[in-house]
Write a protein that binds this ligand. Structure first.
Ligand code: TYM
Length: 329
């Protein structure tokens, strides 16, 4: 059984970074894998305070957007993380098999705990909850952007440790990281990741942006002065970022695009990137509106929660038994 899984936190608006780093790699594999899981990581969102009303709305929006992006509910199990109560229970069993040292060495923890020193314990245990998400269903393939690679790796380390202490229990996960989608950068500051929670709205393309807004943002993207459309992440991060976006949106390689635009100035190239990106987002928006008139989401989520809970319950019972957490009657 070839199982693939990924999740997205419902904070801010879904960006083209999330689309390119996680959703598109999953969609591309819909035909190839036996079993695919996609969820809304709402328990991960609350490591930082979320307004309850807004969070509730975001969860709903994210499910609609997954479908609007082209996730096929007949092939993909779609669910809300918090509807599976076995996941936090499994997470606790895994926490007791994770060292403080390894959790506190996670880059995301180090960065976020520096940004705000009054952080919750959830920020530290975040990757272990993520390990529970991945391991409960023996997902061997996890499409993520580069920022989450380390978290998939710690999930793997925890699985290896658990297996060696208590006997073979988990399959080992591997991150799937696409060449052009590793890290889509902020359009205004291409040294930073494009992030849902960014404070510079012109640097971030949301899946809800209009055609005009997307065009304006891409036309205003920070580039450099030497006017050569060439992939060079170190010296030309802005142009390399646009080449990555264009490559994913057009299906062409960055080399093919370099060749196509070798005689063009940045204005012409940006116009091309803007057109293909804005058209794609417009298509997603149209689909989202159509879907919001239908009433299919409840059934999809009920089915998803059922399947995910069944698998997680089985794994939880197996873990408890192996750890001696049961009373033989
Ligand atoms: P989150 O919500 O921050 O991001 C969701 C996914 O989008 C990817 N991503 C990007 N990829 C390329 N360029 C970008 N600028 C960019 N921004 C975000 C992320 O790498 C991620 O793949 N902890 C996870 C959610 C999660 C999860 C899981 C993922 C919870 N449990 C289990 C996989 C498996 C997160 O916060 O992602």
């Amino acid at each position: 059984m070839k199982r693939l899984l990924t999740g997205i936190k419902p904070t801010g608006d879904l960006t083209i970074g999330n689309y390119i780093g996680a959703i598109l790699p999953l969609i591309k594999r819909q035909e190839e894998y036996d079993d695919i899981f996609l969820f809304v990581a709402d328990l991960h969102a609350i490591t930082i305070y979320q307004d309850p009303e807004e969070l509730k709305e975001k969860i709903k929006t994210f499910i609609g957007l997954y479908l609007a992006c082209g996730v096929d509910p007949n092939k993909v199990t779609i669910y809300i993380q918090s509807e599976n109560e076995y996941i936090p229970a499994i997470s606790w069993l895994l926490e007791c098999n994770t060292y403080y040292g390894e959790a506190s060495r996670m880059i995301q923890f180090k960065e976020k705990s520096k940004e705000n020193t009054n952080f919750t314990i959830g920020l530290l245990t975040y990757p272990i909850l993520m390990a529970a998400d991945i391991l409960y269903c023996d997902s061997e393939y996890v499409p993520v952007g580069i920022d989450q690679k380390q978290h998939v790796e710690i999930a793997r380390d925890i699985a290896i440790r658990f297996n060696s202490k208590y006997g073979e229990t988990f399959k080992l996960p591997n991150p799937i990281i696409e060449k052009s989608g590793t890290k889509i950068k902020d359009l205004k500051d291409p040294s930073k990741k494009m992030s849902k929670s960014s404070i510079s709205p012109n640097g971030v393309i949301s899946l809800f942006d209009t055609y005009e807004t997307v065009t304006k943002k891409i036309m205003g993207a920070t580039t450099d002065n030497d006017m050569l459309v060439k992939y060079d992440e170190e010296n030309k991060p802005g142009i390399s970022n646009l080449l990555n976006i264009a490559s994913v949106m057009s299906g062409k390689t960055t080399e093919e695009l370099e060749n196509e635009f070798k005689e063009s100035n940045y204005g012409v190239f940006k116009k091309y990137v803007a057109e293909i990106t804005a058209s794609k987002i417009e298509e997603i928006n149209k689909k989202y509106l159509e879907l919001s008139k239908e009433n299919i989401i409840t059934d999809i989520l009920d089915k998803g929660a059922r399947k995910s809970r069944e698998l997680a319950k089985e794994k939880y019972e197996e873990m408890k038994k192996k750890m001696g957490l049961f009373y033989e009657r």
